[in-house]
Design a protein around this ligand. Structure first.
Ligand code: ZN
Ligand code: ZN
Ligand code: ZN
Length: 275
């Protein structure tokens, strides 16, 4: 299993257009970036590639990393930064299987699969496969399980990707607060690599209109607002899931410049091979 982090940023990315904050300036100086979220997972046994989420930066990411185009894809939720790159497959791919959850979202009255299907019904190459969370499906030779996470007001899913031949396991938290349900945690547990949403450090919660949530025993908020984990929350989740290695993703440019390039915050282009 070869994993390429195509996009490790939040919805505006780093650098953010028009922003001259110290973090965006430092990213330009170092020639590094965090584009909108997407992960490429290649099955080197079957020569197939699975894409997690359609970043609006899809075209640029595939040109930059020169990884194979996807045979199948998963969409975790319908926010702009995870879905709106799907239109890029027009006249690029002849066929694409897209998997998304089949549970109706009370907020939209549709499942993620139904929203993808109706928003992109002009895209003939795309076949949407409504997928039941917590039940593994075989995609590109991997066993893939969507797991409900907490990203109000929309439904959103994390996922586990396992190679049935080698036992290699990648878990992705999805966009989520720290309050990941127990049955989802059980599926995500014991990964070789965890990609966890750690959008900002906990000390920035004072700047969120509603502050932080899910404080630990030292009073440190593990959730920023209601939608994302703090760095501290993501690292605690990684501990609890017993991850061998963890990279924090969905990173905002609000990290102060002196913290924004510290471990284990991911940058675009990182590659991992799990065996
Ligand atoms: Zn900035
Ligand atoms: Zn989101
Ligand atoms: Zn997002």
């Amino acid at each position: 299993m070869r994993i390429t982090l195509l996009g490790t940023g939040d919805t505006t990315g780093t650098p953010t257009v028009g922003c001259d904050c110290d973090t965006c300036e430092a990213a330009r100086d170092r020639d590094v970036e965090r584009t909108r979220f997407s992960v490429h997972v290649e099955n080197e046994r079957t020569n197939e590639s699975l894409l997690i989420d359609f970043s609006p930066d899809f075209r640029y990411q595939f040109l930059r990393e020169d990884v194979p185009l996807p045979d199948a894809a998963i969409i975790t939720h319908i926010h702009f930064d995870h879905l709106d790159g799907l239109g890029n497959v027009f006249r690029v791919l002849d066929e694409l299987d897209v998997y998304a959850a089949d549970e109706t979202d009370p907020e939209t009255g549709k499942s993620v699969a139904e929203t993808v299907d109706s928003d992109y019904d002009y895209l003939d190459p795309v076949t949407v496969h409504p997928t039941t969370p917590l039940e593994p499906v075989r995609i590109c030779g991997f066993d893939v399980t969507l797991v409900p996470v907490l990203h109000p007001p929309l439904v959103c899913y994390g996922l586990a990707i396992e190679d049935p031949e080698t036992g290699a396991k990648l878990s992705i938290s999805g966009d989520t607060s720290y309050a990941v349900p127990d049955d989802s945690r059980a599926v995500l547990a014991d990964p070789d690599l965890l990609l966890a949403d750690g959008i900002v450090p906990a000390h920035l919660c004072e700047f969120h209109p509603i502050g932080g949530r899910h404080e630990n025993s030292d009073g440190v908020p593990r959730t920023f607002g209601t939608k994302h984990m703090t760095r501290e929350g993501a690292l605690e989740l990684a501990d609890e899931l017993n991850a061998d290695e963890t990279r924090l993703v969905h990173i905002a440019h609000y990290y102060p410049a002196e913290e924004a390039f510290e471990e284990p915050l991911a940058l675009d282009g990182e590659q991992y091979v799990l065996e």
